[in-house]
Design a protein around this ligand. Structure first.
Ligand SMILES: O=P(O)(O)OC[C@@H](O)[C@@H](O)c1c[nH]c2ccccc12
Length: 228
């Protein structure tokens, strides 16, 4: 199992905490904080893995990944629109352990090739899907994430977390060791319900960035799990 999957599946709070500067509408998510402040808050909360959005739609860039890598020592996911092996190599150099591969944006045949190339470089493929037709046949070495928002609309439409629960059986049939529900998880209780339903982990950006403190969000999540 990859270091990324091991870290997240072994975590007390299985949340991949995201550093994202803006949402799809352009709304500032840092609200006066520096990247260093946000990363320190994630570290203090005990985040097991961190996602860094380097895509420019969300105000990111490659340098952001390098900065986060210099400030926290957990496996990092790079979220960008990766379409080539050179981008994979660069991701590795910048400090990523896992890379987003968006099924909906890649031509058929390219996704499995990029996933293999990522694995050869020691990167965990983090394959994001929005429907069963986008799932790879064999994802035993990959994370599969159901995106509750629609990336084709740059995430500007409302999220539907029911999409995750509806697709879970198909996701598990790929053999993935780590089914993830991503996007639009706005409360610790909603997150706890997805873990109870069978997801191994959650990917959360906006909800954590808008919370008073990630540590408090994690505590509420643990409370919601105990109450379940
Ligand atoms: O902020 P949210 O709703 O918690 O979502 C996080 C993450 O899933 C989202 O940022 C995302 C999903 N797919 C992406 C692709 C590129 C950049 C970002 C993303």
């Amino acid at each position: 199992m990859s270091a990324f999957v091991e870290a997240i599946t072994g975590a007390r709070v299985p949340v991949i905490a995201e550093v994202k500067l803006r949402d799809g509408d352009g709304t500032d998510l840092l609200r006066g904080r520096s990247v260093a402040d946000v990363v320190a808050a994630y570290r203090e909360a005990g985040a097991a893995c961190v996602s860094v959005v380097t895509g420019k739609w969300f105000g990111g860039n490659a340098e952001l990944l390098r900065e986060v890598a210099s400030r926290i020592d957990v496996p990092l996911l790079r979220k960008d629109f990766i379409t080539s092996a050179s981008q994979l190599r660069m991701s590795r150099q910048l400090g990523a352990s896992a890379v987003l591969l968006t099924a909906a944006l890649l031509p058929a045949g390219v996704l499995p090739k990029l996933a293999d190339q990522a694995l050869e470089l020691g990167l965990t493929p983090f394959i994001e899907v929005t429907n069963a037709g986008e799932l790879p046949a064999d994802a035993r070495e990959c994370v599969i994430a159901v995106n509750n928002k629609d990336i084709k609309h740059r995430e500007r439409l409302p999220a539907d977390v029911e999409r995750s629960t509806g697709l879970l059986a198909d996701v598990l049939a790929t053999g993935t060791p780590c089914p993830v529900s991503a996007s639009g998880i706005d409360t610790p209780e909603a997150g706890a319900r997805l873990i109870d339903a069978g997801f191994s982990a959650l990917l959360i950006g906006t909800g954590l960035l808008q919370a008073g403190s990630p540590r408090e969000w994690f505590a509420q999540f643990e409370q919601a799990r105990t109450n379940a």
